[in-house]
Design a protein. Structure first.
Length: 198
């Protein structure tokens, strides 16, 4: 069975993307590839890398035709496989609730250290079982205030029905802002330009 994702708040995500262009995107947990299509519709030449653990989904949804690159991996695998990646904008749509809370906090810290903005769409306290697919189970509760403990600026919070959307500025975004005000310091362009993985 192919994954499905609510369209709630997708208009807010598209509006943010349209007003915050980047050359480099990372979509964690691609599902059917809706965010990849959204980004490519806005920025056809952008590099968009997708992370999807299920080979069946990659093949049936033809994700390799949507994304610049598709990496078959679980979200947490990035910490070990791609320790030096850099991305302008990272999207996690309906992903964080599939991680243990402690693993999710560690993973968010890892991601925020390496991106300009992180877009997180999630259903707080929404119980979902793993039948017939265990990986579909929601195993942690998340609320907007959970992201305040990560000590990165929260750009915005939205709620629509049972879905929440939080956009957080990552460390590379803060660094970019700092360097724009201090051109004598190291240029942001000297940092790695693309997602790198082992």
């Amino acid at each position: 069975m192919l994954p499905d994702s609510s369209s709630l708040l997708d208009d807010k995500i598209e509006n943010f993307l349209a007003n915050c262009p980047s050359d480099n995107y990372l979509d964690i947990g691609t599902g059917r590839g809706k965010f990849g299509k959204m980004i490519k519709g806005l920025y056809p030449k952008a590099r968009v890398v997708g992370i999807e653990p299920d080979k069946n989904v990659i093949d049936k949804c033809k994700l390799k035709k949507i994304y610049s690159e598709v990496i078959q991996a679980k979200a947490n695998d990035l910490i070990h496989r791609c320790p030096d990646f850099k991305a302008g904008i990272v999207i996690m749509g309906d992903v964080i609730e599939h991680l243990k809370k402690s693993e999710g906090v560690d993973f968010l810290s890892f991601i925020l250290y390496r991106c300009e903005y992180l877009i997180i769409k999630f259903p707080p306290a929404y119980l979902q079982f793993g039948i017939p697919n265990p990986s579909d189970a929601h195993i942690s509760f998340w609320y907007p205030e959970d992201f305040e403990s990560l000590h990165c600026p929260i750009i915005t919070n939205y709620q629509e029905d049972f879905m929440h959307l939080t956009i957080v500025q990552g460390c590379l975004g803060l660094l970019k802002e700092h360097l724009e005000g201090h051109p004598e310091q190291k240029e942001i362009s000297e940092l790695p330009k693309e997602i790198k993985y082992i």
